[in-house]
Design a protein around this ligand. Sequence first.
Ligand SMILES: *[C@@H]1O[C@H](CO)[C@@H](O)[C@H](O)[C@H]1NC(C)=O
Ligand SMILES: *[C@@H]1O[C@H](CO)[C@@H](O)[C@H](O)[C@H]1NC(C)=O
Ligand SMILES: *[C@@H]1O[C@H](CO)[C@@H](O)[C@H](O)[C@H]1NC(C)=O
Length: 499
Amino acid sequence: MIPLLHFFRRSTNLLIILFIISMMLIVIILHLFFSSSLQEPSTYFENVKTQYDNVWKNLLPSSSLSSSSNTSIIPFEESEESPNSQAALWDYSNDDQDKIEDIFQRLSTPLYPEIPSYSSMNMTYRKQLEKDTLAKNGKIYNDFMSTPIIEPKVDYLIRPDDELAGSANATILSLVTNNDLKELLPSIQQLEEKFNKKFGYPYVFLNDGEFSEEFKDTIINMLPNGRVVKFGQIEKEDWDMPDTIDRERYKIECEKMDKLKVSYVKKESYHNMCRFYSRKFYHHPLLQEYKYTWRLEPGTSLYCDVDYDVFKFMEMENKVYGYVLNLYDGANSIPTLWETTMEFVKKNPNYLNPNGAFDWLKENAQKPENFETAKGYSTCHFWTNFEITNLDFLRSEAYEKYMDHLENSNGFYYERWGDAPVRSIALALFLDKSRIHWFRDIAYNHNPYTNCPKCPEGSMRCDGRCKPGLFTMWKDLNIENCQATWIDKIMSDEEKNLY
Ligand SMILES: *[C@@H]1O[C@H](CO)[C@@H](O)[C@H](O)[C@H]1NC(C)=O
Ligand SMILES: *[C@@H]1O[C@H](CO)[C@@H](O)[C@H](O)[C@H]1NC(C)=O
Ligand SMILES: *[C@@H]1O[C@H](CO)[C@@H](O)[C@H](O)[C@H]1NC(C)=O
């Protein structure tokens, strides 16, 4: 004991010890803080960034799978209902009049007609409704997510060693600028690690400006030798605000929306991006030659291995669209989108699919204020920062004409229509709902939301960086989750049991 006391008597030593103890305390407090659900978003982002930086420093996959897109083999006959054929749409006859009326009836009625309009509800009712709906929908979501899953149980999944692996007509797509490089690299790294090093799909990077040599070199160097990587620039006329927009009015409308807290509304490039991702990207020369894209956004994470070729899954299962998260939108960014859409389908009822995901569009219990502001649209939408898309659907007559109609109504600028609600409405109206697939097995994060599947006991598929079933770290954001309606009202039993 005596030497130890001597040690402490030296004031410098005591200071050092105190310093070490206080550092340990800080670490412990920080740790507790981060593991609580109340953490501040900004601190969280810092934490995630550090984590990304560490991931990024790790060695990149060195295996050099060749990008052999062996497209000469077509294993399964193209389905008759191939999405690029107009047969996917409804060619109605006069006998279908009742059906059309029925569809319009559904499109004009709230899913829960007994719930009054938001503005006519008193506070007590609003609070009770929110509480009841969250309890009900939270249970649906939690119950569903509590089943351990691995991957879709279909007859055929193409494995990495299959000769068809990597043979789909598909590419990874990322729309970025040079400044996104640092956030993009970990996203690519994780996509490679979890999926693409096994399948070798090419990449297409698009930019409204010019990619720097540094950007291109860094990406090429991080990918295996021989991987196909293409860099393209977007034509000004496809990106810039068109001349038909009155700049004065645009400014005034944006000021108004800014007061209503519409995010990014004053960033012109954000409007451009939404418009480009809605209606132009699939015509870019570098994408013309592809049928499927997997959209990759900087700053996103993947947490579980995907051991089958998801593009071949889309092809063989005749899926048109794959998503992981589905949410409510900010209704003030799209006050007239639904009305404008209804104008379009009234003129073109033959594009409506009698088996569309209408209930999801008309849900009015969880965020009745959104339903009211968007004038009859739930604002539920697929979060398009992850999307696996059959571009032939976007190139179809129905989608293209719908886009022209939206373009002519100027809502990409006088409002701030996102590509997510626009795309989602088109999918839900024009497609049979069974052709939209929720990739429950793809564990994905884009802050502040996560799709995190539960794994069977002992499975090593996931790396433990996400908590099974946790949609968001911030409790008050759970209300933004639309999945319960999708599970409850849209998915067939077959789809529920697919995993
Ligand atoms: C590509 O397909 C041909 C048959 O059409 C086959 O002979 C060849 O081995 C395949 N190449 C690869 C890399 O799988
Ligand atoms: C609120 O509205 C509900 C249903 O419309 C009604 O039953 C209730 O009495 C109202 N409460 C108050 C305090 O006005
Ligand atoms: C890939 O898909 C595009 C778009 O559907 C098509 O034009 C192209 O011919 C396809 N390529 C191959 C090799 O099948």
